[in-house]
Write a protein that binds this ligand. Structure first.
Ligand SMILES: [Zn+2]
Length: 236
């Protein structure tokens, strides 16, 4: 419910709705935005004082968002270096591991091999050698799949992948597309210190993920607040 004001609680301008000098109290959503993102705590604003304050609120809000996103990027950068330490094993039940199963993780990559590889492959097949080209393509696909599995795993709060399975197939018929599929179970090892893995890196991942989660919550809350109080705020 909007109160009736004779004067704007913020700038004391006269509130009137005559056709000659209209100055009305603006929507509460604008005041909420101004109150949240500027130092101004007035109970309401009028058409005269709102535009500048709202612009200031908008600009401050974007600064805050920008700062949060930069923090998130910095954490992501650290994670990129650390995820390589997340073990991916084909074993179903590794000895000495104590863990909690989380969820299945899976990844697919498709890469083109092209016409040149066909010639190269025939040539090397003739001599019974491995096609270097193919093995490089496969290796590349595998590495990409592993990165995806690791990213999914840490997102789930895990630190290792068990029972990993790899499949290769040709996709796209005669187009020479090579598909690599990988799937496993994301788990959280609970006795890291007793195992022969880089526990420092894996624990750091855990800490970073907590920070990331907090940042994501803040960004989400901020975005929702802005959206709820007028979409126009988020544009431009
Ligand atoms: Zn005013």
């Amino acid at each position: 419910m909007q109160e009736k004001y004779e004067f704007c609680p913020n700038c004391q301008s006269k509130i009137s709705s005559s056709i000659f000098s209209e100055n009305i109290i603006v929507l509460e959503s604008y005041t909420r935005l101004i109150n949240r993102f500027t130092e101004n705590r007035a109970l309401a604003h009028c058409q005269k004082c709102q535009p500048d304050l709202l612009e200031k609120a908008r600009s401050n809000c974007f600064d805050i968002l920008e700062e949060l996103k930069e923090k998130l990027n910095a954490q992501t950068f650290k994670l990129r270096k650390l995820t390589q330490f997340v073990p991916i094993v084909t074993l179903q039940v590794p000895q000495d591991w104590k863990y909690k199963s989380l969820e299945i993780v899976s990844a697919q990559t498709v890469s083109g091999t092209g016409i040149i590889s066909e010639i190269a492959s025939n040539w090397t097949d003739f001599f019974g050698k491995d096609s270097k080209f193919y093995s490089e393509k496969i290796k590349g696909g595998e590495e990409k799949c592993k990165s995806i599995l690791r990213a999914q795993t840490i997102k789930l709060g895990g630190n290792a992948i068990l029972g990993t399975d790899i499949d290769y197939s040709e996709a796209g018929g005669s187009k020479g597309m090579l598909m690599v599929c990988m799937a496993g179970t994301a788990v959280k090892i609970t006795n890291l210190d007793e195992l022969d893995y880089n526990s420092v890196a894996l624990n750091e991942i855990d800490e970073i993920m907590n920070v990331v989660e907090q940042l994501e919550i803040q960004i989400e809350e901020l975005t929702q607040f802005v959206e709820k109080n007028g979409n126009s705020f988020t544009r431009n």
